[in-house]
Design a protein around this ligand. Sequence first.
Ligand code: SAM
Length: 194
Amino acid sequence: MVSEVHRKRVEARKSKLKEELGSVLVGREEIKLEIGCGHGHWLTDFAASQKDDFFFGIDLIGDRVERANRKAERVELDNIAFIKAEASELVELMPDKVAIESVYVLFPDPWPKKRHWKNRLIYPTFLNKLAERSLQGCRLYFRTDHEEYFDWALHTLESVESWQLVEGAAWPFERETVFQAKAESYQSLVAQRC
Ligand SMILES: C[S@@+](CC[C@H](N)C(=O)[O-])C[C@H]1O[C@@H](n2cnc3c(N)ncnc32)[C@H](O)[C@@H]1O
């Protein structure tokens, strides 16, 4: 009974997300996607610096997404949108015509316990699904202050066939994120969809 209730809840959430995505991304073919955008400061400033591209931020937490949208409205940007969504559901439900041109994962939750590693965004199953919705040559930008997650990401990206590490690639836009400001140090990786 509980699992039937859960199944219906997930179905309703996905159906709402699919509708929302259809409306927010109508007419779009390429997006620059930030997963786990928090309050959206980084992506909003990035969008303000590149007005010909369309930027899309998602986060699991509704309050953060609302703040991000308010910020984008305040600065009157029409090349950015934020919605509350979980990353795997986004790549599953994004309209077919839309492809990811670049993807940014900045200071993601590190999920340090081994039994939780499957929740990491840099995880083979998710990376393969992400690649399927990305343009060839799409770049994935990853930054973390968690050393063990960085090593994991390096190893995982070396082991999957859908992405290839790019040595010495430039960082696309420098502006401190909220979590970056709290970090003593951090490391970055860039990979490209094969
Ligand atoms: C540690 S915070 C970093 C926020 C921001 N990128 C920064 O650097 O300040 C991680 C964010 O990712 C979001 N998040 C975690 N897992 C997610 C997922 N599977 N899909 C979408 N957002 C997720 C969390 O809600 C949180 O806001």
